[in-house]
Write a protein that binds this ligand. Structure first.
Ligand SMILES: *[C@@H]1O[C@H](CO)[C@@H](O)[C@H](O)[C@H]1NC(C)=O
Ligand SMILES: *[C@@H]1O[C@H](CO)[C@@H](O)[C@H](O)[C@H]1NC(C)=O
Ligand SMILES: *[C@@H]1O[C@H](CO)[C@@H](O)[C@H](O)[C@H]1NC(C)=O
Ligand SMILES: *[C@@H]1O[C@H](CO)[C@@H](O)[C@H](O)[C@H]1NC(C)=O
Ligand SMILES: *[C@@H]1O[C@H](CO)[C@@H](O)[C@H](O)[C@H]1NC(C)=O
Length: 419
């Protein structure tokens, strides 16, 4: 009983309302084209990788046939450059007829037939960032109805080619327009990223009421520098960002690039771990047709996914950063559990970090077990004053899933080095 009471109370007293479409009570998971495939429209020379219905059908096939769907990855999301350069004779957005000969409605049917959901991309403004037709204020209702008529499940609304006043009107209008279609369509807002991501320009209470997720910061690129930049921006502004998130309303640090070209194995583990701590949407932007087993094992890590998808929906944050360039991150989870990530921004060699929960200001009456989410090793009988050592590789992470348990009589692992 006790385990049920705590989250319920938190839910009742939790700050902020969230968009009332019932969607994304835990962070969304799926696949999104942009980071890996960008605006590649050259289907003549690059038919396998151009933005076309073939690409999205291929990814839908991989998500279902390779077991990603069962792990929770259920969205197949289109980004920019899907549309024809002109609206049709009735003013409707249409897909490029050469690259999407069957149209978006047929693609949605295909994706739904696999038990997946389809996301589409639009832009509040005269053009999309890639120069395709945008949605000006007068077309918001019309375009929302078009997306709903196609059976789309999610809309990412970018913000190129509109000014701040138009955005302040347009994003709430689109939220209402999507609701008015009667079709549950999750709403991803790029708005805050265009306004610097911080108050007073950005009102996170309002965002939580009108969007299911929002991009706060720059687009991710295929490099460690870019992932680090995002992580550092999130820790620098966590006082604002952490309380903004909750069930139905998520900060979006952008796509997972695990499986692409820019990250080492250690860095890939770090991105996945930090994204789990941040309660971030898990949209992979990679090629699921050719992804390596190693990269795929990181993205398929069930303990990490469970942490990311924790029903409490509380975002985590950085607890401390030492002069040794080791950062300790924590996320509260349901059932008195929590996740700890020891993240190295060092560039020399593996670092032995010795600590205890009490040294991290974590107090609790319980006895815990701590499972290293990547090695699977479990440290038993962890009490707040038990000292333990983790060894963190340069730009790597050690992530622990810590849960209360009964004390074990045998205590083989006390003071163990988690290697
Ligand atoms: C529209 O909003 C109302 C309440 O604001 C909510 O009850 C309803 O489920 C929403 N419908 C959709 C399709 O989002
Ligand atoms: C934004 O654009 C609208 C119309 O395009 C214009 O009327 C308005 O003055 C602009 N506002 C700002 C702050 O530039
Ligand atoms: C932010 O938005 C909320 C909800 O719409 C509103 O009540 C509040 O007054 C806004 N805050 C500011 C500083 O404008
Ligand atoms: C990604 O690259 C673009 C273009 O160079 C840059 O503006 C942006 O800041 C980069 N993103 C990050 C997170 O570093
Ligand atoms: C976890 O929850 C406790 C109690 O609400 C709170 O004091 C603490 O700051 C939270 N920790 C993190 C990392 O958010």
């Amino acid at each position: 009983m006790e385990l049920l009471v705590v989250p319920l109370l938190l839910a009742l007293t939790g700050c902020g309302l969230s968009l009332d479409n019932g969607l994304m009570r835990t962070p969304p998971m799926g696949w999104l084209a942009w980071e890996r495939f960008r605006c590649n429209t050259d289907c003549n020379t690059d038919p396998k990788n151009c933005i076309s219905e073939r690409l999205f059908m291929d990814m839908a096939d991989r998500l279902t046939e390779d077991g990603w769907k069962e792990l929770g990855y259920q969205y197949v999301n289109i980004d920019d450059c899907w549309a024809a350069k002109k609206r049709d004779s009735e003013g409707r957005l249409v897909a490029d007829p050469h690259r999407f000969p069957s149209g978006i409605k047929a693609l949605a049917q295909y994706v739904h037939s696999k038990g997946l959901k389809l996301g589409i991309y639009g832009d509040l403004g005269t053009f999309t960032c890639g120069g395709y037709p945008g949605t000006t204020l007068d077309l918001i209702d019309f375009d929302a109805r078009t997306f709903a008529s196609w059976g789309v499940d999610m809309l990412k609304l970018d913000g190129c080619y509109s000014n701040s006043s138009e955005k302040a009107v347009g994003y709430p209008l689109m939220s209402r327009a999507l609701n008015a279609t009667g079709r549950p369509i999750a709403f991803s807002c790029s708005w805050p990223a265009y306004e610097g991501g911080l108050p007073p320009q950005v009102n996170y209470t309002l965002l939580g009421e009108i969007c299911n997720l929002w991009r706060n910061y720059d687009d991710i690129n295929d490099s460690w520098e870019s992932v680090r930049g995002i992580i550092n921006w999130y820790s620098a502004h966590q006082e604002v960002l952490q309380p903004a998130a909750g069930p139905g309303r998520w900060n979006d640090p952008d796509m997972l690039i695990v499986g692409d070209f820019g990250l080492s194995y250690e860095q890939s583990k770090s991105q996945m771990a930090l994204w789990a701590i941040l309660a971030a949407p898990l949209f992979m932007s990679n090629d699921l047709r050719t992804i390596s087993r190693k990269a795929s094992s990181i993205l398929r890590n069930k303990v990490l996914i469970r942490i990311n998808q924790d029903p409490l929906g509380e975002e985590g944050r950085m607890l401390l950063k030492g002069r040794n360039n080791i950062e300790v991150w924590m996320r509260n989870l349901s059932s008195s559990s929590f996740a700890l990530a020891f993240f190295s921004q060092r560039t020399d060699q593996p670092y032995h970090y010795r600590t205890s929960l009490i040294q991290l200001n974590i107090t609790a009456p319980e006895v815990f077990s701590a499972q290293d989410v990547y090695t699977g090793r479990v440290l038993q009988n962890l009490e707040v004053d038990t000292e333990f050592t983790v060894t963190i590789n340069p730009s790597g992470v050690v992530m622990l899933y810590v849960y209360p348990t009964k004390r074990l009589e045998q205590n083989p692992d006390a003071g163990l080095l988690l290697l």
